[in-house]
Ligand binder design. Structure first.
Ligand SMILES: C[S@@+](CC[C@H](N)C(=O)[O-])C[C@H]1O[C@@H](n2cnc3c(N)ncnc32)[C@H](O)[C@@H]1O
Length: 831
């Protein structure tokens, strides 16, 4: 194919152009000494050789030409073996895409990704062999942290909700092994007679120093409260002589920990048990007034009370809140105080009940007795979990008990393995703090790259893991919250000035019992979430089911989400009834220009003038007016009508005067802009706003689809590939004719340069497929939405695909290859 547009300003290239170079991202993965000591570095996990932190950052980049890294087969094999694939973010080993869901990806990509190096589909045998190979290779590969991260973190996302899991995630993130076996994890105790402990809040004290004098069973001497768990000792009351500040669970109101449940007393007769149980559940609960008052004060209370209609429900909720506050008190010890009180108590309670009973993520293997199942679900009932959903869950668990043999065998194996080094005394609240600090430090370079939209390959999953950590470890929610949070919910977040916190209600939190989860974010965390939604989420949008709300947010971008008064007002004006998915909104560029213009001139304008112009500009931009033109009376009248001025209609003269002083810049430059941003996109091959999916055109293979609205004249993507001298490329083309359609990946820029994009993964961006080469053909007569244009970036003439029209999210991108119709079945034929 030939670039249809003539070459622009590029100087003539006399020698073959140099290959674009890859910048090695600065990534310092060091961990504070405190963590190293606090978490006790021990032996690496079996099969893993772990690297020292001082490994050179360059090793983060995968070796060239290694596009089939077997270490990822670990994830693949789950699919091949016919097991239900797990819902993890991961990177496909074959095509290097970050994926939303591995299973979906494989279904969609069957025949491409699942081909072995010979181009055939993997057989089960082959896949198993690969799996074995991967295990051996992983040790080697872990020298290369990039692979280590990708493969490890993906499988840890789900686990980040527990400290145990997060400790492992931290290992993955740092490349240093943090021994999760030193963490108390009751889920690992399948020996009911052996109490296992969980650290609870309390001032951090030197490791191994017991600050308690109480007499009850206390299997370790860790600081803070200890709660004994086991089928026979599920819940304990704290003895009276405990330090009140140090105690979370001695509560007459009946926290989860407070009243003795019948399950403790294995020696009791069945009757006594049932009597005790009914007493236990009959106990009256009251609200934690502090939480309630604060919530009411900030107008947040209705979030939680919306579903509460009866006294009974209120009672249940009180229990939830009670639990929540206990949990918060505990988790507040672990962090920087970002755990606040605005959560969904039911959801929290469920987490906490599970956490307390099982100490880890939902896993049927942890319910190895009918009693445990019963206990768990009856407590959930107390916390307000609906009968129907509770029963559904419960049925699942009971049916699982039939498979007890298998589950116990697996569990016991794991248990035995872990018990060898299990030391419940080792963890204190200082360790928690260190963990969090360490994680934040590790994430710092990633977050920096995120804020500049310069993400590198595995950042997607690492960031997702980090957010999962935030919501699970700090807020007690399931890690699905970041995934399930809609753009609208994010936009509806509330800033609580007094607390300097943002509050977000995630209502469509599909995994929550009450289908909602409240999250509070510090200002810093809010920025991370915002950037995550702008840059990470669109990249992970499933091609078959894009979420229109995502597009809006990504399109609106960073600035518009700023909470400063001007921008908020802008949003309110644009969306008087709140944001709706699918509505057409001004492009990000328009908005940027408007905001910049108003800000630039803000000092010259009176408040009245500013407001008036702001109204006018917002509505004109919204309605697609050309703001570079002189303002006509008609246009102004229309805007005034739309804005809805009634008593204070601005005078035409005043508006025109102000308008002329604003010197509106041209909103849509007729030529694409080569700027720093574009250069970065080229270097990183990071092109936001598109995704790959099967083309709707029969036989066209894959195609590229917009995931964001793309405005006219926007440089959408580079046609990236190997740069060849055109003479050489033509010779190659001749030899390819009639063989396959490889010739269609050649794009001639001019007499000097032709891009050969036959290779799926180029050597300078080994982690990713480049979008440009996948854009399909549409003849000029059919108005393709892109055209090819050569621009000079860093002295190099590069072909880009530029939007010829405004493109809406979901449209397939295409440009005219400069070939005859129907040529694809007949071999290459250039016009
Ligand atoms: C540059 S590639 C585009 C990406 C390609 N669809 C893929 O899956 O790799 C060019 C090839 O895509 C296919 N193709 C592109 N546009 C097409 C169209 N409009 N109709 C049929 N096939 C098309 C042809 O097989 C062509 O050789």
């Amino acid at each position: 194919m030939t670039a249809p547009e003539p070459t622009l300003t590029a100087p003539k290239l006399t020698a073959p152009a140099p290959e674009p170079t890859l910048t090695v991202p600065e990534l310092t993965l060091t961990v504070p000494e405190a963590i190293l000591t606090a978490t006790r570095l021990t032996m690496p996990a079996p099969g893993l050789t772990l690297t020292a932190p001082e490994t050179h950052p360059a090793s983060l980049i995968a070796p060239e030409n290694d596009s089939r890294n077997p270490s990822m087969t670990l994830a693949v094999s789950k699919d091949v073996k016919g097991k239900k694939p797990r819902n993890f973010f991961t990177i496909c080993q074959f095509c290097h895409w970050s994926l939303y869901k591995l299973d979906k990806h494989f279904l969609a990509k069957k025949g491409t990704c699942s081909k072995n190096p010979n181009g055939e589909l993997w057989s089960v045998k082959e896949a198993k062999e690969m799996h074995e190979l991967a295990k051996d290779e992983l040790a080697e590969r872990s020298q290369n942290k990039s692979y280590f991260l990708a493969s490890q973190v993906s499988s840890l996302v789900e686990e980040t909700k527990t400290l145990h899991g997060f400790c492992k995630a931290l290992s993955a993130l740092t490349g240093i092994y943090f021994d999760p076996l030193n963490l108390p994890d009751r889920a690992l105790s399948f020996d009911d007679t052996r109490p296992v402990t969980l650290p609870a809040p309390g001032p951090a004290t030197p490791e191994g120093t017991c600050t308690h004098t109480h007499k009850h069973t206390h299997a370790h001497s860790a600081p803070g409260r200890a709660i004994n768990i086991g089928a026979t000792t599920a819940i304990r009351r704290v003895s009276e002589d405990s330090d009140p500040d140090d105690v979370v669970d001695s509560d007459e109101e009946g926290s989860l920990y407070a009243p003795e449940s019948p399950e403790h007393k294995s020696s009791e007769s069945e009757e006594e048990k049932s009597e005790l149980r009914s007493q236990y559940y009959k106990k009256e609960w009251s609200y934690t007034s502090d939480v309630r008052k604060k919530m009411q004060k900030h107008g947040l209370y209705d979030i939680y009370t919306r579903n509460v209609k009866t006294a009974e429900e209120a009672k249940k909720m009180a229990y939830g809140i009670e639990l929540m506050s206990k949990f918060e008190k505990w988790s507040a010890q672990c962090g920087d105080g970002s755990t606040k009180k605005y959560r969904n108590p039911f959801e929290c309670a469920r987490k906490i009940v599970y956490f307390i009973l099982e100490g880890t993520k939902y896993n049927w293997k942890n319910f190895h007795s009918a009693e445990r199942v019963e206990l768990f679900f009856s407590k959930l009932a107390d916390c307000g979990m609906e009968g129907s959903s509770r029963n559904k869950y419960a049925q699942g668990y009971y049916s699982i008990l039939d498979k007890k043999q298998k589950s116990l065998a697996t569990a016991e194996m794991r248990h035995r393995e872990l018990q060898r080094t299990f030391d419940p005394n080792s963890f204190n609240t200082e360790d928690y703090r260190n963990l969090k600090a360490g994680v934040e430090k590790c994430m710092a370079p990633v977050i920096k790259r995120l804020s500049r939209n310069r993400l590198v390959d595995e950042d997607h999953i690492n960031l997702t893991a980090y957010l999962c950590f935030l919501v699970s470890f700090m807020f007690g929610h399931r890690p699905g919250v970041p995934e399930n949070m809609t753009v609208k919910e994010f936009l509806n977040r509330r800033f609580v000035e007094e607390e300097n916190m943002f509050v977000i209600l995630v209502e469509k939190h599909k995994t929550a019992s009450m289908k909602s989860a409240g999250v509070t974010l510090s200002v810093r965390e809010e920025v991370i979430f915002r950037n995550y939604l702008s840059f990470v989420r669109p990249a992970l949008i499933k091609p078959d089911k894009p979420e229109p709300e995502n597009f809006l947010l990504s399109m609106l971008g960073l600035e518009i989400l700023n909470t400063s008064g001007t921008l908020r007002r802008f949003l309110e004006k644009i969306f008087p009834d709140g944001m709706r998915p699918g509505v057409r909104v001004p492009t990000q560029t328009t908005i940027r220009h408007l905001i910049a213009t108003i800000n630039r001139n803000a000092t010259h304008l009176s408040k009245e003038e500013r407001d008036m112009m702001f109204d006018y500009l917002c509505h004109s931009a919204w309605n697609g007016a050309d703001l570079t033109e002189a303002l006509t009376e008609e246009a102004l009248q229309m805007a005034i009508r739309r804005i809805g001025y009634q008593d204070t209609v601005p005078s035409l003269e005043l508006v025109q005067q102000t308008y002329s002083r604003l010197r509106i810049p041209k909103l849509f430059p007729s030529e694409p802009l080569v700027d720093e941003y574009l250069t970065t996109c080229v270097l990183n091959q990071s092109w936001p706003g598109m995704t790959v999916a099967q083309s709707l055109d029969k036989g066209a293979g894959q195609g590229v689809y917009a995931t964001l609205p793309l405005y006219k004249n926007k440089v959408v993507v580079e046609y990236h590939g190997r740069r060849r001298a055109t003479i050489e490329a033509n010779r190659l083309l001749q030899s390819l004719l009639g063989e396959d359609d490889g010739s269609n990946y050649f794009l001639t820029v001019d007499q000097d340069v032709t891009i050969d994009a036959r290779e799926k993964v180029c050597t300078c961006h080994p982690h990713q497929q480049c979008f440009g080469r996948l854009v399909n053909h549409k003849a000029n007569e059919d108005s393709p939405n892109l055209k090819c244009k050569a621009l000079v970036v860093d002295g190099l003439k590069i072909p880009f695909l530029v939007a010829t029209q405004d493109i809406t999210a979901g449209e397939e991108l295409c440009f005219d290859y400069g070939v005859r119709p129907g040529q694809f079945n007949e071999g290459y034929e250039q016009i």
